[in-house]
Design a protein around this ligand. Structure first.
Ligand code: NAI
Ligand code: MG
Length: 501
């Protein structure tokens, strides 16, 4: 049933003005932020204690939807990082490496259950600190965080089945550095397999979004996790660099930009540290003429515009078969006009706040480059943006060429580049014509075509007739400049184990 309500005047700053009867006018439905208490100041979590940073410096964590400071957060320098790594090493030597897999699994199960119990609180905190819509944190991020701990809890006493016939041992201290786009999910992806395998952890959250990881400490303590098993040091790049350089760290797991991934690969080279890198992407959707077009359009929209395009595997390129290109573009534009941009705590919001002013500037610069290079630009002008906060309309460029910046450079924002193809071979060649290789989406009603195309795509994940579906049992990772190593599934255990055949 299509509903056309020709009322104008949405609640200020939440989405689209109803133009020409296009948009259903929902009343605001704001999730309360009362459920979460945010301390005004956070220290470093080292060896089971909250410690002041040696140099006494703090930085602000900001709500990007209001630009208000949520909390002051300690900046760890090399001596703090050293204390955290030593605490992790002590915990490894004295307690964690002495426990059976079954005992480790019990802690992880407890953590998973506590995350479920406190899911709403964590979702609100994540939305406040990151700017992504509550619908995403409530329905996607936090359930996946719990699922990840449950999944790896199950592996803790079955590691022998992950490496059949081989001898294996944990590594020791793992240093883990994560980005701001999925703060809690990335913390879960890193911490859960590390602990399941018997390692201890020093985690460095992103400086833009440290609060939810710091809140996890309450859960670790409620689960009775022994002190020093997880340590959290906050700060920016220099803090991360101190962690990667530390001689007692045996493994580095990094998710973030390709530039920093390369710096880390260089700094770790020759040190004997294990390394996994999950970096950027320029992932493509391939829509074939035989696809269910409405479903495909919905997949494309959710794959690049929900979460503001702040997703490493965002489907930022759309390749569409020429015979249906005009229809697909019309449908896309119609759907984009109905997107609701605004208050991330509103349950109706599709697109929340861009995570930081720096990211907003970067995205705007790339949009200007796209306009200069001559792609055909579209943004839904009916969408009104809130007066304050880091907000941006979703947009697309059609008729872009393979050599254009928007086809090559990761924008990390709600910007879609659309081009066409005539044959499957051309679609595959264009999809693979990128230094990255993280994900792809195929849209076709023909199973044989889906399989044939998927086998030729150089991407770590290929979704068919869906997009952005995650499961902890499924490995995730990339080719080329998207990094190396896999997280999730049985594969995700191997980087945390020393295996002797
Ligand atoms: P970034 O790569 O600088 O930050 C990611 C993490 O690495 C943060 O925790 C940061 O503090 C840490 N870090 C920075 N420099 C480091 C160093 N030298 N050694 C160790 N750790 C270091 O990414 P940033 O600046 O937040 O975003 C820049 C661009 O990177 C974005 O516009 C986007 O294109 C891309 N990006 C990609 C992500 C992904 O998931 N693939 C996630 C975040 C950003
Ligand atoms: Mg923040």
């Amino acid at each position: 049933m299509t509903k056309t309500i020709a009322k104008t005047g949405l609640a200020a700053g939440n989405g689209a003005k109803a133009v020409a009867g296009l948009v259903v006018d929902y009343a605001p439905s704001i999730e309360s932020d009362k459920i979460v208490t945010i301390p005004p100041r956070h220290q470093l979590y080292i060896g089971g204690q909250w410690l002041k940073p040696v140099e006494g410096r703090y930085f602000d964590s900001i709500n990007p939807a209001t630009l208000q400071v949520l909390s002051k957060v300690a900046e760890a320098t090399a001596p703090d990082v050293d204390a955290a790594v030593r605490a992790a090493k002590r915990a490894y030597d004295r307690t964690w490496s002495k426990l059976s897999g079954r005992e480790r699994g019990r802690y992880l199960f407890r953590i998973a259950r506590l995350i479920q119990e406190r899911a709403r609180e964590l979702a609100v905190l994540e939305t406040l600190d990151n700017g992504k819509p509550i619908r995403e944190t409530r329905d996607v991020d936090i359930p996946l965080v719990a699922a990840h701990f449950f999944y790896y809890a199950g592996w803790a006493d079955k590691l022998g089945y992950a490496v059949p016939g081989a001898k294996f041992a944990p590594l020791g201290v793992a240093g883990q550095i994560i980005p701001w786009n999925f703060p809690l999910l990335m913390a879960a992806w890193k911490i859960a397999p590390a602990l399941a395998c018997g390692n201890t952890v020093v985690l460095k959250p992103a400086e833009q979004t440290p609060l939810a990881a710091l809140k996890l400490v309450e859960i670790f303590e409620a689960a009775g996790l022994p002190e020093g098993v997880v340590n959290i040091v906050t700060g920016a790049g220099a803090t991360g660099a101190a962690l990667t350089a530390h001689p007692l760290v045996r493994k580095i797991a990094f998710t973030g930009s390709t530039d920093v991934g390369k710096i880390i690969a260089r700094s770790v080279a020759g040190s004997g540290k294990k390394l996994t890198l999950e970096l950027g992407g320029k992932s493509a959707h391939l829509i074939f003429a035989d696809a269910a077009l409405d479903q495909a359009v919905e997949g494309v929209v959710s794959g690049i515009f929900f979460n503001q395009g702040h997703v490493c595997c965002a489907g930022s390129r759309l390749l569409v078969e020429e015979s249906v290109a005009a229809r697909v573009l019309d449908k896309l534009k119609a759907r984009m006009r109905k997107l609701r941009v605004g208050n991330p705590l509103d349950k109706n919001t599709d697109i929340g706040a861009i995570n930081s002013s720096a990211e907003l500037d970067k995205i705007r610069r790339l949009i200007e480059t796209g306009k200069r290079e001559g792609g055909r630009y579209f943004e839904p002008e009916n969408i009104t943006l809130p007066n304050t906060g880091n907000f941006l309309r979703p947009c697309l460029f059609s008729d872009v060429a393979q050599a254009d910046t928007l086809c090559r450079v990761e924008v990390f924002g709600p910007v879609l580049a659309v081009s066409t193809f005539r044959t499957p071979a051309e679609a595959i060649a264009k999809a693979n014509d990128t230094p990255y290789g993280l994900a792809a989406g195929i849209w076709s009603e023909k199973g044989s075509k889906v399989h044939a195309v998927a086998a030729q795509l150089k991407a770590g994940v290929v979704w068919a007739n869906t997009y952005h579906k995650f499961d902890p049992a499924s490995p995730f990772g990339g080719y080329g400049e998207s990094g190396y190593g896999r997280e999730g599934g049985r594969h995700g255990l191997l980087p945390y184990l020393e295996v002797q055949p």
